[in-house]
Design a protein around this ligand. Structure first.
Ligand code: FAD
Length: 475
């Protein structure tokens, strides 16, 4: 099955020669060069994007990254930086024979500064492991996402990952204090200032946050850490209409105020997918509901926080919400979070999965799911869920029969992107553009903006070797 996203190889890039291998062998020991069994590096998380690289380099230090990039720029060898390879838009895997530069060996936590509330670490640290280490010191990592057990913090910065708690802690633009970067020219930019206030000209790190490996490689990060909350609460609700989901969101913001940390939504189709395809996931209520809402609070005073939650529940149960569960212990709340977090995997398992990650106004948020479901009909499973608290919808269309994929692809994308254009939605809320959406960039960015982005790319990566075929449209 050939990928439906396959731009031709750019002839400006060189082919890998024996002399190139000799160079890499002169700067890296054998265990940092991988030439066999590369399926895992060439295939993305949902198995939709499949590259053909024959070489993976795993540098240990920023100087090794610099040596590799400097050489590749001179030789015009294309590079695909790779973190945990959990990205969902085809950015993390090569398209043709790009060299994979894996950050997996750069996984040191350098320092947690308990006084400042910051962490300095290398780009290959796994998010969940870093969060556990921060928790031991009384802090938490500011973002949390379903892929936390595999994704790297460098990958998070490169995609500007957002996840479940943006509502409370803000985006990575707000939390990354500094970065160390090797540009596509092979220059090291050390921007690891720990100051919250530092208005000294252009703040270059922000250009790299969300740049998807197209400008250079992030090697180190300095990140702000919020204190570990003293009180946490969760409530899981069954809801009869999407209109009521929105009413509950409004009331939650009013009544819970600053302690609300997540407001997640799932439709019944997504819950069924999780129950059917993931072991250990169970229906939360005796009866099904068309919609479900998970609300989390994180605060500093359990008594105050539970008084606020009681007020909210008194107001919504039997009105906007049909049913609710207040978990009694950590295990029960983990089970409810799991129901939400495994959806990506559950919808990707039973077929070819088109996954979209979009931002929409409330009036369009679930309308688009219903319209896509009507358009595609029974040949696919159309599912909607996401971070409704910040307007971010995940929409997936799983096609069990591969013969239907091309036909559905055309129909689906014509409709979806016209809809987004008309209602001024964003084609990427948090996953990025990658290979999947590069030719749709003009829906969310003006020609002038794309022109400036190309100039920025040219300044940091004049040979265009960094993650080619990604982010930028053909023309
Ligand atoms: P990769 O997938 O390896 O790479 C992603 C992109 O960043 C690629 O373009 C790659 O070239 C580039 N890159 C990686 N590391 C570097 C580096 N050090 N320097 C330069 N470029 C680099 N995303 C969200 O935002 N919110 C969610 O809630 C969310 N939930 C998810 C749940 C599941 C189950 C899965 C599978 C994915 C989810 N994602 C989510 C998407 C994904 O996890 C994020 O995009 C994540 O930030 C990717 O990190 P990674 O280390 O896996 O990066």
């Amino acid at each position: 099955f050939t990928s439906i996203y396959s731009p031709p190889r750019d002839p400006k890039f060189s082919n890998l020669l024996n002399s190139d291998m000799s160079f890499f062998e002169s700067i890296l020991p054998p265990h940092q060069i991988v030439k066999d069994n590369l399926e895992g590096f060439n295939t993305d998380f949902i198995g939709v994007f499949i590259g053909k690289s024959s070489l993976v380099l795993k540098p240990n230090t920023v100087n090794q990254v610099q040596d590799i990039i400097t050489y590749c720029a001179k030789r015009k060898l294309a590079i695909c930086p790779q973190g945990g390879n959990t990205g969902l838009v085809g950015g993390s895997v090569p398209v043709h024979d790009e060299i994979v530069l894996s950050l997996s060996n750069m996984n040191k936590l350098v320092e947690i500064n308990e006084s400042e509330g910051t962490v300095l670490c290398e780009a290959g640290v796994i998010l969940e492991q870093l969060n556990s280490q921060c928790e031991e010191k009384g802090y938490i990592f500011p973002i949390d996402l379903g892929a936390k057990g595999s994704c790297f913090v460098g990958g998070n910065a490169s995609t500007c990952a957002a996840g479940n708690r943006l509502l409370r802690y803000g985006s990575l633009h707000a939390n990354i204090l500094g970065l160390e970067i090797v540009t596509g020219k092979g220059e090291i930019l050390d921007n690891l200032s720990s100051f919250r206030k530092d208005n000294t000209g252009y703040d270059l790190k922000h250009i790299f946050i969300g740049s998807e490996g197209t400008l250079g490689v992030i090697t180190k990060l300095l990140i702000n850490l919020p204190p570990k909350p003293k009180s946490e609460q969760l409530v899981y609700l069954g809801v009869n209409s999407f209109e009521n989901v929105l009413k509950i969101l409004k009331k939650s913001k009013e009544i819970l105020g600053e302690i609300i940390s997540a407001f997640e939504f799932q439709d019944r189709f997504s819950v069924e997918a999780s129950i059917q395809h993931i072991q250990g996931v169970h229906d939360p209520f005796d009866a099904p509901y068309p919609f479900y809402v998970l609300i989390e609070t994180r605060g500093s005073n359990a008594e105050h926080d539970s008084a606020k939650m009681d007020l909210l529940l008194e107001s919504i149960i039997g009105n906007e919400a049909e049913n609710g569960i207040l978990p009694q212990d950590k295990r029960q709340s983990n089970d409810l979070w799991k129901l939400r977090e495994v959806i990506m995997e559950a919808v990707a398992k039973p077929g070819y999965c088109f996954m979209y990650d979009i931002s929409l106004k409330h009036e369009n948020y679930y309308d688009i799911v219903e319209k896509v479901r009507n358009l595609i009909g029974e040949k696919a499973l159309t599912v909607g869920w996401g971070h409704v608290g910040d307007g971010n919808l995940h929409l997936s269309i799983t096609v069990p029969d591969r013969h239907d994929v091309e036909d559905i692809h055309g129909k689906l994308e014509n409709f979806l992107f016209s809809y987004l254009k008309e209602c001024h939605g964003s084609i990427s809320a948090e996953h990025g553009i990658g290979l999947q959406k590069r030719n749709k960039l003009s829906i969310s960015r003006s020609p002038a903006e794309i022109q400036f982005m190309r100039r920025i790319k040219n300044a940091f990566d004049p040979e265009g070797i960094m993650n080619p075929y990604k982010l930028f449209p053909d023309n």
